[in-house]
Ligand binder design. Structure first.
Ligand SMILES: *[C@@H]1O[C@H](CO)[C@@H](O)[C@H](O)[C@H]1NC(C)=O
Length: 310
């Protein structure tokens, strides 16, 4: 047996989300709309922050980088899921599956660290306003971004290192619509109990850890804001509320997904849609619709684009 190549499975079959035609239609329409809107919304944020000189401050530069990550994160799973909905056999190659796992964890891990960087930016702005410009200079921004990408990539590579050499010989059906690690590992024809534990611990640790750091820092900022006079603090509160909403919506499903020990297949899958399609859509909505400056700038950029086109 030793030395023999066990990996005779060269592609995987997704079982998809549902057999019911009505639910598939509903998912098709809602996911397509959400995906297209999230692409447009994130592109608009990127364009606005890049071309509007009023928005060249750390908060908006980090936000534009978040949009960039959301564009990538949303595009790893959503397009294939939408195209697959009405296909009888939903196939993905072995390499495609590995690529999906890698990209999801790289973008996801980076997004988590970036959210922490954005919380840090708000902390400095609100708790140390006099030092804001010296602390959050452009070198600091670049540094935070590089750290975010390095942590995201390392997290993802570590996950892959565990699974890339697993032997696959048996069933190749994944009860999902994309390659996610817990289900992928279960298909390997070897004892995977310890591996599952490590992968869950790795993802659970990074998501639960970042979530706790974020919640604690926002509580800290909120307490600081509370002590101040009300004028400036109501603006700060509305920005903070936007950040906290994104954090809860992004991490809620993820933490459930990785730390809930008993996979309950249908709930899992629908929560996964939540992260795949809804988060990249919600970020631009939440960050911009609560922000007057951003809305004004978007209006200016849109009218400039229209002028050039006409
Ligand atoms: C992301 O952040 C870097 C570093 O601050 C900045 O130079 C870059 O313009 C940002 N990216 C976008 C798309 O705004």
């Amino acid at each position: 047996m030793d030395g023999e190549n066990h990996s005779i499975v060269s592609q995987f079959v997704f079982l998809g989300l549902s057999d019911s035609w009505e639910i598939q239609c509903l998912l098709f329409v809602s996911s397509s709309v959400l995906y297209v809107v999230s692409i447009l919304g994130n592109m608009l944020i990127l364009l606005t922050v890049t071309f509007d000189s009023h928005l060249h401050s750390p908060m908006y530069i980090l936000l534009a980088n978040l949009s960039l990550i959301d564009l990538g994160f949303g595009s790893v799973t959503a397009p294939k899921m939408i195209c697959d909905l009405f296909r009888k056999r939903k196939l993905i190659s072995f390499g495609g599956c590995i690529a999906q796992i890698f990209l999801i964890h790289a973008f996801g891990g980076t997004e988590m660290v970036l959210l922490i960087a954005m919380a840090f930016d708000r902390y400095v702005a609100i708790c140390k306003p006099l030092h804001y410009l010296t602390i959050m200079n452009s070198r600091m921004c670049i540094f935070l971004l590089i750290v975010a990408w390095i942590i995201g990539l390392i997290h993802s590579l570590v996950q892959l290192a565990f699974v890339v050499n697993l032997p696959f010989c048996g069933p190749n059906e994944l009860d999902s619509f994309f390659c996610d690690l817990p289900r992928f590992i279960k298909l390997a024809c070897t004892e995977t109990y310890r591996l599952q534990f490590m992968v869950t611990a790795n993802s659970g640790f990074i998501s639960l850890g970042s979530f706790c750091v974020l919640i604690i820092s926002y509580i800290f900022i909120l307490v600081t804001v509370q002590k101040r006079s009300s004028g400036a603090s109501s603006k700060a509160l509305s920005t903070l509320a936007a950040h906290i909403t994104v954090v809860v919506l992004f991490f809620g499903p993820l933490i459930f997904f990785y730390t809930w020990p008993f996979p309950t297949s249908s709930l899992d899958k629908f929560l996964a849609i939540f992260d795949a399609v809804l988060t990249p859509f919600l970020n631009p909505v939440i960050y911009t619709f609560r922000n007057k400056e951003m809305k004004l700038a978007m209006g200016r950029v849109c009218s400039q684009i229209l002028k050039k086109l006409v």
